[in-house]
Design a protein around this ligand. Sequence first.
Ligand code: CMC
Length: 437
Amino acid sequence: MTDATPSADGQTLTVRDDRTGKEYVLPIVDGTIRASDLGKIRAGDDDPGIASYDPGFTNTASTRSAVTYIDGEKGILEYRGYPIEQLAEKSNFLEVAYLLIHGELPSQSQYDSWVHDITFHTFVHENVKSLMQGFRYDAHPMGMLLSAVGGLSTFYPEARNIHDAETRHLQIVRMIAKMPTLGAWSFRHAQGKPYVYPDNDLGYAENFLAMLFKMSEPKYAADPRLVKALEVLFILHADHEQNCSTNAVRSVGSSQVDPYSAVSAGIGALYGPLHGGANEAVLKMLRRIGDVSNVPAFIEGVKAGNERLMGFGHRVYKNYDPRATIIKKATDDVFEVTGVNPLLKIAVELEQIALEDEYFVKRKLYPNVDFYSGLIYEALQFPPEMFTVLFAIPRTAGWLAQWLELVNDSEQKIARPKQIYTGDRGLVFPSREERWA
Ligand code: CMC
């Protein structure tokens, strides 16, 4: 036996290296072993030590985090310990954003000044507007958002000072405040409509709706049921622990770059169809099915492996995604205002059949957050390209909470995974004459 001190709670993993016959006792802490402990397992002096190979980080913890808890088997999602169902029912997005960033719920005065500060940072420098107006008429709004957020780092160069708590806080307030403005402008741009400035008399979601849809009326008044539905959607999308975009924010942030650049990396990750784009795929699928009578044949096709039932299944949830339950309920509220999206009937039928079918039951495939969200967004008159923008706006609170945790975590280092090199070595460079002769 050799190496490694046992963990505080005494749990250990004994590893025997069959190359040398040596045994190693590795401490187990929180159900993990330290990858660096594996590095102590060497076959000889020039052996760099064992490493783990984990493409896609499917079984590797990259951080300790107190922001979001998920139990995928039981279908539990909590922010800072509060169940998502309670937050969606009783809170609003800005209060949830405060909770994510600060780790606890605000007192009345903390809440008031948080809302005040966010509200009064909603405007952006006029040159940001010029920057956005420079995009082609048909620019994808997510590409515009990504560039605009990255561009903000040049307007606030002090943001580089990530070691100062006050400076960090100011950038967090600015970013949460400005995301709806930038998101709405990216939407208006594609429509050739003038950009609408923020209205600081309005709440966070209502102001966003105003910047999206206001035309010539002096004051935009959104239906409170739609405002509430949007608040709920924002709360549901505010964080989801170490997903692809959060990992991108943390990874880029680990270089100690400013938070605008780190968050724009997160927006880039969310832009991808495997992350933020599944609800658009759900809509396309529902349109293709076309009618409830075609659902059984479609399900048979899925079971035969011809295609996937989009909006079903999740890497983490092996139960009903708790966000899907809440969104399904929100569809009723939205459709009360907008009229029922005819695709809803097909979605409900698909869900009913799939939840009882052995294929889906055996594989623990349940509706995920994307199964119903596209239907709501469509009813709110958003084109599919806006869906990821609607995801990025609230997720900014989660990204920044995770970024803050990273900056304050003395254990974190610049992200730098290992590789297993599979290429050639030590070749002799032949001259062009030799190669092209
Ligand atoms: N329809 C039909 N079969 C499926 C589906 C589906 N939607 N999802 C998984 N399966 C099957 C899959 O074929 C496999 O079966 P078998 O064991 O016979 O080969 C089994 O279930 C396990 O699938 P997997 O691909 O190994 O699971 P994964 O954890 O790698 O994939 C997933 C998770 C979300 C990519 C996948 O379920 C999927 O493609 N779903 C549809 C797309 C979708 O809705 N994505 C949104 C995810 S939620 C958004 C977010 O939180 O970021």
